[in-house]
Design a protein around this ligand. Structure first.
Ligand SMILES: [Zn+2]
Length: 209
């Protein structure tokens, strides 16, 4: 089955495993991420591969560590309303986690991205809802979304600058007020515009002719 938009065949299992291990770079990474945003079948492949690998919390983010730590601290200040105090008179029922990781895994975008499409993550089997949070690297929340789907689009009002790092995470609701959070992942948009304010728009390749 071919996808006209990407013009690419489906990635191999090896490529998906490499992707999950953050071993893909450059063009190969961009090609696969673009494909994942368009191909539900391959997103499912990513989910399956992840369950085989069983490395839900062990993905390494060597470059990210300081930024992620700083952002994680700030997340505490942006905690969710329903975590304010314990509800009285309601049973607190926390189910034991299954042997499989129940946290969603961010799929795309991660790392250097040419063009931002949907933010895509893996499905968590028992989750009935997801919430996405996009941060600036300093920890400011840029965007939040609640969805039952495993992807979300940024609204037009949320503009991202090329060359700046952004962080996002997604949480999955797996029980009554029980949320499993993904790792924070970083991405940045490649582009002609620089941090010094040159904002000349760059024509985007790939338009239909
Ligand atoms: Zn595919």
């Amino acid at each position: 089955m071919e996808f006209e938009g990407s013009g690419q065949h489906h990635p191999t299992d090896d490529e998906i495993v490499s992707y999950l291990g953050h071993e893909l770079e450059g063009e190969a990474l961009q090609r696969l991420e673009r494909h994942l945003t368009q191909c539900t079948r391959c997103r499912q492949e990513v989910i399956d591969a992840k369950e085989i690998l069983r490395t839900p919390r062990r993905i390494r983010w060597p470059v990210l560590a300081p930024v992620a730590a700083a952002a994680a601290v700030l997340v505490l200040f942006f905690s969710w309303p329903q975590s304010d105090g314990l509800p009285t008179g309601e049973p607190i029922h926390r189910e034991a986690p299954t042997e499989l990781g129940v946290a969603p895994i961010p799929v795309s975008p991660i790392g250097s991205t040419v063009e931002l499409g949907a933010l895509v993550w893996t499905r968590v089997p028992r989750a009935d809802r997801y919430r996405l949070t996009l941060f600036e690297a300093e920890g400011t929340v840029l965007f939040r979304a609640n969805t039952v789907d495993t992807l979300a689009f940024l609204p037009d009002s949320t503009t991202l600058q090329a060359g700046r790092p952004y962080l996002w995470r997604v949480e999955a609701r797996v029980g009554w007020d029980v949320w499993e959070a993904s790792d924070l992942v970083e991405f940045q948009l490649e582009g002609g515009s620089q941090l010094d304010g040159t904002t000349s728009p760059k024509p985007r390749p790939g338009g239909p002719r």
